[in-house]
Design a protein around this ligand. Structure first.
Ligand SMILES: [Zn+2]
Length: 399
């Protein structure tokens, strides 16, 4: 609870500063002595500073606090399926510099990590930030992560099993480094700097090439017993449905993800049900991606329209299940498919509403994520920020 309060106070200062302690106490629903204890701690770590004095309310003029944005910086590395992004942000979440590259070949992992480290070095140079001002590096990637050992246990996207990608980063930069899963990082980013900043219990569903999710309560990720929580993409919705990459059949991901939409688009073309999808892909069957199917649907192509409708329905059912099970205050939709347009999102929301239980999740809001394609990298950096706020001394000592 103490950590949660600290995070909450910091968020209020970040969002509303310059702000005085009495006002923080009111916003955070905490006593003034509690707020003073927290602000003394974070003032000492120079995370916040006094920017001046506010108007008097009869007594002494109160000190106004603001986040220090020029002392500590954090690096976030998002090694994605097709793209890798690296950024540096300050404690306010302002991105100072950022670079991306095609992820390309992922095996052997050491070769990929050499390129990632080079990219990171360039981002640090671009930002003109000296090493003493870096708090640490957050690294995220899809797959199952062993948080304690800092290893990728299993990554179907990259063909990795039990791979250590953290040691090269530690050796090169000699800074605190944390590794986590990208879906969890996206939720973290949206909590700290995005649409879910005021939410206390939300689920972030990443609908892109695959479908994954993360559950967050009071600023903490719900990880489950072995860390694999949130695999909404692999709930079975059709017992004999399409084969999924996980080996199962009829998973949500196999029915409604970007790759499922693309696969169905290619099938429609092969079966002669749609010529427009092929036209949208420049008459190259292999070039058909979800984007081409959406484009054809928009122009009224019947087969494309059916594929999209099926995806909307299954994703909506997935969300309704989450609402029934967890009763969150918000469902955040992230990932590439959220760029498909308002209509797609509205239909998903409509299905979720129709399929959720009558009195379940009455107040749930379904929103699109705010951080876009930077979400995972910002989330990666936020993991270091969170650790710093919880245990700043440890982070400072590790540098
Ligand atoms: Zn599956």
């Amino acid at each position: 609870m103490a950590q949660y309060n600290r995070m909450n106070v910091l968020q209020i200062i970040r969002m509303e500063g310059p702000i005085n302690k009495a006002e923080i106490a009111k916003r955070a629903n905490l006593s003034i002595p509690t707020v003073m204890k927290i602000t003394d701690e974070i003032l000492e770590k120079k995370v916040v500073h006094v920017v001046g004095k506010g108007e008097s309310n009869g007594g002494k003029r109160p000190e106004l606090l603001s986040i220090t944005d020029s002392i500590y910086y954090i690096v976030g590395i998002d090694i994605g399926r097709s793209r890798t992004s690296v950024l540096i942000m300050d404690l306010k979440g302002t991105v100072i510099s950022r670079r991306t590259m095609k992820t390309g070949r992922t095996n052997p992992a050491e070769k990929l990590m050499e390129r990632v480290l080079e990219l990171t070095e360039n981002v640090v140079l671009d930002g003109g930030i000296s090493r003493e001002n870096l708090l640490g590096i957050g690294v995220v990637t899809p797959g199952l992560i062993d948080l304690e050992e800092g290893r990728v246990l299993y990554s179907p996207d990259f063909g990795w099993e039990n791979v250590d990608i953290l040691s090269p980063v530690k050796e090169k930069f000699k800074l605190p480094v944390l590794l986590d899963n990208s879906n969890k990082a996206i939720a973290m980013g949206e909590k700290w700097f995005g649409i879910a900043r005021d939410s206390s219990y939300f689920v972030c569903v990443n609908i892109g090439h695959g479908i994954g999710s993360a559950i967050m309560e009071n600023g903490e990720l719900y990880r489950g017993n072995s860390g694999s929580s949130g695999e909404i993409g692999h709930i079975t919705l059709e017992p004999n449905g399409s084969l999924c990459e996980c080996g199962n059949k009829g998973c949500l991901e196999a029915l409604a993800s970007g790759k499922a939409i693309a696969r169905e688009g290619r099938r429609a073309v092969q079966e002669g049900a749609s010529a427009l999808i092929l036209e949208k892909a420049g008459y190259d069957l292999d070039a058909i991606d979800a984007k081409e199917v959406f484009a054809a649907a928009e122009e009224g192509d019947v087969a494309a329209r059916q594929i999209i409708k099926k995806a909307e329905t299954y994703i909506g059912i997935g969300l309704a299940s989450y609402i029934n099970l967890l009763d969150p205050d918000m469902l955040v939709l992230a990932g590439g498919l959220t760029n498909a347009g308002r209509e797609f999102i509205d239909q998903i929301k409509k299905v979720a509403k129709e399929r959720q239980m009558k009195f379940a999740g009455r107040k749930v809001k379904i929103r699109v994520a705010e951080l876009g394609e930077q979400a995972a990298a910002i989330g990666a950096a936020s993991m270091i920020l969170k650790r710093f706020i919880e245990n700043g001394d440890e982070i400072l000592k590790m540098r």
